[in-house]
Each structure stands twice: as structure tokens, then as C-alpha cells.
Design a protein around this ligand. Sequence first.
Ligand SMILES: [Zn+2]
Length: 342
Amino acid sequence: MSHPDPEAGRHYPFRLEGFRHWFATDSACLDYLDWLRWGEGFRCPHCFGTRFRRGSDGVRRCLDCFARCSVTAGTIFDKTRTPLTVWFEAAWLMTAAKPGISALTLSRLLPVASYQTTWTMLHKYRHAMGAGEKTLLSGDVEVDEWMYGGVRHNVAGRGSKKQLVLGAVEQLEKGLGRVRFGLVDNASGKAIQTFLTATIAPGSTILTDGWQSYRKATGGNYGHVATVERTSDDPAHVLLPGVHRVFSLADRWILGTHQGAVRREHLQSYLDEFAFRFNRRKAKHRGLLFMRLLEHAVNTPPKTYRDLVMTETPGSGVSLGPGGTTVPGTLEGSKRAKPWRK
Ligand SMILES: [Zn+2]
């Protein structure tokens, strides 16, 4: 459920002092997640009943099937051993700074056992950022390919460090709108069409270069304006300035915040994070990004650490902190008010 017009200071904190004040305890964090997920109407995850009672611990009990409905069950917070105060601090640090934060930096700021814990937290949040963005792009949309780590119109082989990425960005009267990225194996009509269907509303106009696959991919569902590169001094970035600007910003962000240490299999998640930020770059308060992130997180099914890394370990080659601690640290303080409930 998405809260349509959130206000700073009421639905999300203005800045750090407010954040600390609101989320001093795990129970306050839990209550905020409860409000984000069920604030506008409860739905039992087991029987879809709407009647409930809240126990003294704040947990809802369904009055139809009598199940105890934990707000974190079936979300990225499910069965976590990391206290919610730490999760919230991570979400705040991840969204408060414009360029975001790397797992290594975060592991030095939070009372967590290891780099692996912060890496996993950030990656679960990234997963939520991607999975939570459901509205399709529309209007005039520039689309092009980008070879992450190489040249275009090429097929990235297995084991290669290169990855072909499709990017789509809305072209508004004044500047750029929202952006979306998708990883593809090749620049065929079929691969492009799959991306367009998942990303852009039917009836939109797709602006591309002269690459033949776009004609096939847009047929039927979209308007299509192809601009052919006629001369060598008329390069593609002049034809499609929006999508090329976004590719170069994403590239610089990965190089800057994450020192370029992004593996191919995690690239989609990083691009989802970039898009989540970029699509809210005009937000008046950074707290709105924090709220949207938690809103996505509490409505996103979990991914385990195994799902996230597949067969690889996170960021090998990065020196880890001492680690080995079995009791996760906490950031709990004293109990405070809950402004979002008023
Ligand atoms: Zn129920």
C-alpha cells in the first residue's frame, strides 16, 4: 500500500534529530512498519480477513483465522537477527546522502558484526527499491543500450565483465522524467521487447537510434521515432541526450560510491538503487526517500543471503572488519512519541 501525499515531520522525519527521536526503540520501528503496511487497511496475510485486534505488544491478531500477524513476516525483515533500529539507521544513511553509501562505509558506522551483514542489508534494500517500483514509464521515452564496461551493439559473452543494459528515460518538456534499467543478454528485438513491456506503458512513444531491433520491438504497442546517425560527426549521444546522460551518471555513481566494485550479477540491483534515487531527485526532503524505501521494503517478499549472492561471496578482495561477534549490536534508546500515529 502506498501513502499518496506524505508530509515531512508527520509521515517521515525532517532530518537526523527527528529520525533519532522517532525511532529510538525497536518497537517504534515496528510500529512505523505496521503503519506503512496496514495503516490504511489491514489484510490478514493468511486468510485476507480485515478484522483484527492489536495485542499489548503491538502485534495484530486476525479475528477471522486467529493468526498472529507479524508485520515483518514475508518481507525483507523476516527472521532477521539485526535489530530494527539498526535496519532503520541503515535505511536512513542509505537515503539521506545523495550518492548513497557503500557497504564498507556502513559497516564502519553501524554496530554490526561484519561487512557481510551490512552488504546483505543494503542489497535487500536495493532489491526492495527495484521490486517496489511498479508504475510504468509513459509519454516520450528515450531507449538505448549501454555496454557496462565496454562498447555497444555487442553481445557480452559468459564470464565477461561486460554486461549489456537497456535504459529508458522519460523525456519531459523540461528535462528528464523517470528512468528504468534492465539487463539483457543481447540487443535482439525479442530481448528489447521484453524490457519495453515490463517498463513502459503501451501507447507511449519510444525514441531510439537506427538499430534495426527497435522497429521490431516497438511494433504494435508503441509509437516509434528512430533517428538514424547519418554522419560520423553526429554521434549517438547527441541524438539521445537523455538516456546517455543517465548512463553516464549511473556509471559515475558506481565508480564513485561503490568504487566500481559491482559484479555483473549484482548490477541490476545497483541500477535499481540508482533509478530509485534519480526518480526522486526533486524531493524536497530526503526523509521522503527513507519512507518510500521502508514502504517498498515492508511490501516486498524476502530474498535470502543465498539468493542475493548466488554462488559468490560479497565483495571479495575487500578487507573485512574484525567480525565473528554472534550477538548483533543495537541502536535502541529510550521510548519516544509516534508522530505518524497522530
Ligand atoms: Zn486471518
